[in-house]
Design a protein around this ligand. Structure first.
Ligand SMILES: [Cu+2]
Length: 154
């Protein structure tokens, strides 16, 4: 009698864990999936200590350099429009950085020799002129703390 009970609860637990594993695997796959037709592609390069943004559609690149005194950037900001999905292709030219837009829930490592991709979804409710902070979140050297930029909604 006791043995039968042990077998039953063991099988119940195994079944439950197998279900959680299958569900989690499917969920993780969908979380990482990219939309096939984003509004824009941007290649993002991490450098010590600034972000470089490249727009493949018109072959332009610029370095976005943060100024802590004025809390602004020179060189240019990442930009998008309300409701847009921007596919970010993120890599690094030197050490490991991490591309983070806290307000959009985006954080992805920038690793030399590897391209990581993620969709940035700008809320439709975002108003024109909104600035989303971009911050490196992987300690990458002396001026890591100033490795910032902005995503501007136009
Ligand atoms: Cu960095």
């Amino acid at each position: 009698m006791v043995e039968r009970l042990e077998i039953a609860w063991t099988l119940a637990v195994v079944g439950l864990l197998a279900g959680v594993a299958v569900y989690s695997t499917i969920l993780l796959y969908h979380v990482d999936a990219l939309v096939p037709d984003p509004n824009e592609y941007v290649n993002v390069f991490g450098h010590q200590w600034y972000w470089e943004f490249c727009y493949p559609v018109n072959h332009t690149c610029f370095n976005s350099t943060y100024n802590a005194q004025t809390n602004s950037v020179s060189g240019g900001e990442l930009w998008g429009q309300p409701g847009w999905i921007i596919q970010l292709n993120i890599t690094s030219g030197d050490v490991i950085h991490s591309f983070n837009i806290p307000q959009l829930g985006i954080r992805l490592d920038a690793i030399p020799g590897r391209m990581n991709r993620i969709d940035a979804r700008i809320p439709s409710s975002a108003s024109v002129g909104t600035l989303y902070l971009i911050q490196c979140t992987e300690f990458c050297g002396t001026y890591h703390g100033t490795m910032r930029s902005f995503l501007r909604i136009d």
